[in-house]
Design a protein. Structure first.
Length: 495
């Protein structure tokens, strides 16, 4: 029987629906993660700039971004909670045996989540209600709590890739847990910093892309210029750093998870002078079709020499390595991530060189077209990174210690498929509502800017500062207090 078919036949019937459900919820949740981790920092950079320069436009942008941050966090609560339940419901073997070893990471993430919720509420409420300096200072811990949450999740994931900090008793159960070693595994550092940079550049490109699209549509006021420049600068600075970190994590995988590296690079047999395939498809007999073959490049990239020995998939038995199909999926995800990263580096260099030489933004519409697409491309790259990480580790859920088939639930596959269908329906509703709220906010802000611009005949529509006196409402509306430092009435017209 064909090796892949044989392995699939041995898999429990619950495997496919459980993995499909987990993959869908994780892929959905990760769309929100960049904004959750990095938007607080970008917002506070804009906020600090506005306070330092006395810039009403910057303060207005920071305030509006804080509203988006709060809505995104609320949606992330739902999708993140679903993922937490799925670990126990879908993979009881994992949590039952190994929870005491790596579960602290989830505990850290839960505490960070709680702190972030409180701080976001205080920060959002503080506009117009707190003194400017106090309000800004209360927001400063927000980026740290977001990074702490990422710390917890990445410590758990890196442990699953390179498990450490325990011994096994005669029954195969972990004992003598060393918490420090379980958290700071060999892959933790490379994974964590690679992830943090990915979140910063993705959030920066996503936010800047909104204003790049407005720029292409002729909205070239200072509001759009500043809304584009600050997040794009953050992303542009992070992009080349991320490219170097990506190279570093690939070498870490080469050293610590050689079979996973073989899957990412579709290397079948162990050897030197190994070629690099850009895309291409691995077949079960070890042959590769399609793609672009670059002789010796894989060995050079792995160890800076064509004589570098690269471990192949056949170095381990078939039931201890990814199938040909899984290796191809991981390889394509990895290559697509690298291609997107390379294009983003070129875009960042275009922006950086022009700014350093002439202190101005690029004028070419092609630059802004690229910037408008960069946000979506970054999210795709993040998705590809997680696909490469998780699919490349197969068939292990805990690398070389527990297989996915050993961890899966005993719940009937039919019930799991039903749950999958319900989750898809609920997520379509949730993300549809999220998009509707964002569009509603955008429309409200735009109409408010246009109305105030017409009424006051000002060049800039941003006339109300978050810490200054409010302008009068149109005739027929209730009067508002003259100072913004005091409590604001419910139903305040300006977000």
């Amino acid at each position: 029987m064909h090796t892949t078919v044989h392995l699939l036949a041995e898999a429990p019937p619950q495997m496919l629906p459980a993995r499909s459900l987990m993959a869908f919820t994780l892929a959905s949740h990760i769309i929100l993660v960049p904004l959750g981790v990095a938007l607080p920092l970008i917002t506070l950079i804009m906020h600090g700039y506005g306070l330092r320069r006395g810039d009403a436009t910057a303060l207005l942008l920071a305030r509006r971004w804080s509203a988006v941050m709060a809505v995104q966090f609320a949606i992330g609560v739902v999708t993140g909670t679903v993922l937490s339940f799925e670990f126990g419901l879908l993979w009881p073997g994992l949590m039952g045996r190994w929870g005491d070893v790596f579960g602290l990471g989830f505990g850290i993430e839960a505490w960070a989540f709680f702190l972030e919720a409180v701080l976001i509420a205080v920060y959002l409420y503080g506009w117009r209600r707190l003194p400017a300096r106090t309000h800004f200072l209360l927001g400063l811990p927000l980026p740290a709590t977001a990074l702490l949450g990422a710390f917890g999740i990445l410590s758990a994931n890196s442990w699953m890739n390179t498990p450490r900090g325990f011994s096994l008793d005669s029954g195969g159960d972990p004992v003598d847990v060393d918490v420090r070693k379980a958290i700071f595994t060999p892959m933790f550092g490379p994974e964590y910093w690679h992830f943090v940079m990915a979140m910063l550049l993705t959030a920066g490109y996503v936010v800047a892309g909104v204003y790049a699209a407005g720029w292409l549509r002729g909205r070239r006021d200072r509001y759009h210029r500043l809304g584009f420049t600050v997040p794009f600068t953050v992303a542009a600075v992070c992009t080349p750093i991320q490219f170097m970190l990506g190279d570093a994590i690939a070498r870490a995988v080469f050293r610590k998870q050689p079979v996973k590296f073989a899957a990412l690079e579709i290397v079948w047999d162990t050897g030197t002078h190994v070629p690099e395939y850009l895309f291409g498809r691995l077949h079960p007999d070890g042959t590769i079709s399609g793609g672009i073959k670059v002789p010796q490049l894989d060995s050079i990239l792995a160890g800076f020499s064509p004589d570098t020995k690269v471990t192949g998939l056949t170095s381990v038995p078939a039931d201890q390595r990814p199938t040909a199909a899984q290796a191809t999926i991981a390889h394509w995800a990895f290559d697509l991530m690298v291609v997107i990263g390379s294009v983003l580096v070129l875009l960042a260099l275009w922006y950086g060189i022009l700014w350093l030489r002439h202190r101005r933004l690029p004028a070419s519409p092609w630059f802004y077209r690229g910037a408008a697409c960069a946000g979506v491309a970054s999210v795709v790259a993040v998705e590809c990174g997680w696909i490469a990480t998780e699919v490349g580790r197969q068939p292990w859920i805990v690398y070389q210690n527990m297989k996915v088939a050993e961890a899966v639930t005993a719940t009937r596959s039919g019930a799991l498929w039903t749950m999958f269908g319900l989750v898809v329906a609920v997520y379509v509703l949730i993300f549809g509502s999220f998009l509707a709220v964002l569009l509603k906010m955008r429309t409200r802000w735009r109409l408010d800017d246009e109305r105030r611009s017409e009424e006051e005949a000002m060049e800039h529509p941003e006339t109300d500062t978050p810490y200054g006196p409010r302008s009068a409402v149109p005739a027929g509306g209730p009067p508002e207090p003259g100072r913004g430092d005091g409590p604001a009435p419910t139903g305040e017209g300006r977000p």
